[in-house]
Design a binder for this molecule. Structure first.
Ligand SMILES: [Zn+2]
Length: 184
């Protein structure tokens, strides 16, 4: 019987079981182990049989994504060769949202660090934060340039963003006026 040809049903879930022998390679009850791990459908007959074995029953159980920590998995496709096509397909299904969530957390951490390092909090159209130094007095941690472009801040200070291009001199005066009020 080739267990790997079976397809997982909607209410079924693959889990990763660990063998007590570290990095065990081989078969137990016809189930293949690689680097100490095998994949079975939770609650299935092979699962229940393996869970009764002393070398497996007390070991931890992992979600499918755990397979990415295996050294023999260099590329996702290796899962197909080692654990079968069905496991590979299920793995890809669970992997995508996990990777996306991890990327989001990473981005948030990078942004937090960016602010902690005294950089501007403004997010540009490309999704990247502004690289300029945040103005010391800015509560919203923005650089001088982005404070000047923020309609809300400018109008709170009693000014309006100029609707025409200012000359260099006018610009200088405008900035000085804004920041004089801003610092109060
Ligand atoms: Zn900025």
């Amino acid at each position: 019987m080739s267990y790997w040809n079976s397809h997982i049903k909607e209410n079924e879930e693959y889990v990763v079981l660990r063998h007590s022998i570290n990095r065990f390679d081989g078969h137990v009850n016809g189930i293949r182990f690689r680097e100490g791990y095998c994949v079975v459908v939770k609650g299935s007959r092979p699962y229940n049989t393996l869970k009764k074995l002393p070398l497996i029953k007390s070991s931890e159980e992992y979600p499918l994504i755990h397979l990415r920590s295996l050294k023999c998995i260099m590329r996702d496709k290796d899962l197909e060769t080692i654990f079968g096509k069905d496991v590979y397909l299920q793995y890809m299904k669970v992997k995508t949202p996990i990777i996306k969530a991890e990327e989001l957390i990473y981005k948030e951490e990078v942004y937090k660090e960016h602010i902690e390092n005294g950089r501007c909090s403004f997010i540009k159209l490309n999704g990247e934060p502004c690289g300029l130094e945040a103005y010391t007095h800015s509560i919203s941690k923005m650089c001088k340039l982005h404070i000047l472009e923020d309609k809300e801040i400018i109008s709170k200070l009693g000014y309006k963003i100029p609707d025409r291009e200012l000359t260099r001199d006018e610009q200088k005066k405008y900035r000085a006026r804004i920041f004089k009020r801003y610092d109060k």
